[in-house]
Ligand binder design. Structure first.
Ligand SMILES: [Ca+2]
Ligand SMILES: [Ca+2]
Ligand SMILES: [Ca+2]
Ligand SMILES: [Ca+2]
Length: 394
């Protein structure tokens, strides 16, 4: 009964008086009730206030008795009004961010007000700048100068605080980019050769040739008086490396042996003296010999490994008890150089660990030499891998 009355005489004070059963002249405690305005959708006027109708889902704040009424009764009473006074709602701001708008006293929506700036990489408050109230724009990366003067990068963290200036990776430019105190360092290099095809990476000298059918390098055949070498075509800094390769020695009557050299020479045409010189004699530098012929007064036996000065042929260290070198098989050999210290492994067995006194790294031509004399063997090389930790800019 009450709702029927409200719906048929919405805006008249007299009608409200009917509802409340009081005098239609608007006097007494009824004065200023919500009878003169229309409560919003889902609301009804009760005891002078607009309150939600029971069961309605409208939560919009309403209008107290006497408000808006005086300010603009016509507009707020208009069924086409935009909103209820004091109402507020979410909206999309002019720059597309979330905002809020409030209903004016004239029951029209006010401007959508953007939220305050937050640290989120976006321009929340529509002033054209993102995260301008913070130290930096979230996750933005900016250039900075590192402690060593190179150009680094600095990333704005999730809390809009500037992170550390991070140095870049080292590049070849004559500068210490990564601030480790060394210019143009940290360039590893690996050389891998299977000799399956001709390559300019290595130079063949003397009697050496590539066995094209089999894909390996023959330094000497089992023929007396041969000398051959296989030398990397470019010089590399002999500082620290690991070289692994396979050697094949046999097929003849046993001479003279094979050398892995770190030659301090002018070019890849290096080829030293034959016979007991094993193709390395006279070439400056250091080498590891696999010696298969006992030269009287010089060698301990016909199956030994030595570290020696190839220029002076002085043996610096010798291992006389080593696996058979003339096995007519592919024998794996590993030579590790670490600033003058040579560690040699033959067929999985470490045979030598010796240092060159006062070693200083030098630009070296790495390679292999071998020779025959009055006796001979096939000396062959295959599957070479040489790994350097750091070769600088090359
Ligand atoms: Ca902003
Ligand atoms: Ca922001
Ligand atoms: Ca550096
Ligand atoms: Ca650099």
């Amino acid at each position: 009964m009450r709702r029927v009355l409200v719906s048929t005489c919405l805006f008249a004070a007299a009608c409200m008086a009917q509802v409340k059963g009081e005098s239609p002249d608007g006097g007494g405690e009824d004065a200023g009730s919500c009878a003169r305005i229309r409560c919003g959708d889902g609301r009804e006027c009760r005891d002078g206030r607009c309150i939600p109708i029971e069961g309605s889902d409208s939560g919009a704040p309403g209008l107290d008795a006497g408000e808006t009424d005086a300010a603009n009764p016509d507009r707020c009473a208009d069924p086409a009004r935009e909103c209820e006074a004091r109402q507020a709602e979410d909206c999309v701001s002019a720059c597309g961010t979330a905002g809020t708008r409030s209903c004016s006293a004239q029951c029209t929506w006010g401007e959508c007000v953007a939220e305050e700036e937050e640290c989120n990489g976006a321009d929340d408050d529509c002033d054209g700048d993102a995260d301008e109230d913070f130290e930096c724009v979230q996750r933005e990366v900016a250039a900075c100068e590192t402690d060593c003067g190179s150009e680094g990068t600095r990333t704005c963290d999730p809390r809009c605080s500037l992170g550390e200036c991070v140095a870049p990776a080292e590049v070849c430019n004559g500068l210490d980019d990564d601030c480790d105190g060394v210019v143009d360092d940290g360039f590893p290099l690996t050389i891998t050769s299977s000799f399956a095809a001709d390559s300019d990476e290595w130079r063949l000298n003397g009697n050496a040739y590539r066995n094209a059918a089999s894909g390996w390098i023959v330094l000497t055949d089992a023929v007396d008086g041969q000398t051959g070498s296989l030398i990397l075509a470019r010089p590399l800094l002999a500082n620290a490396f690991v070289a692994s390769f396979s050697v094949w020695i046999g097929g003849g009557d046993g001479a003279d042996g094979l050398v892995f050299g770190v030659f301090d020479v002018d070019g890849p045409e290096a080829l030293g003296g034959g016979g007991g010189g094993m193709g390395a004699f006279g070439l400056a530098g250091y080498g590891v010999e696999l010696d298969t012929y006992e030269n009287p007064d010089v060698d301990p036996n016909a199956n030994h490994v030595s570290l020696y000065d190839t220029g002076a042929t002085d043996e610096l260290a010798t291992a006389a008890d080593v696996p058979p070198l003339r096995c007519s098989c592919w024998l794996p050999v590993r030579v590790e150089l670490d600033l003058g210290r040579f560690i040699v492994t033959v067929d999985g067995e470490q045979v030598l660990d010796a240092a060159v006194p006062d070693f200083e790294p030098y630009e070296a031509y790495l390679g292999f030499t071998a020779a025959t004399g009055g006796a001979n063997d096939v000396h062959a090389i295959d599957d070479v891998t040489i790994t350097f930790d750091d070769q600088g800019c090359r």
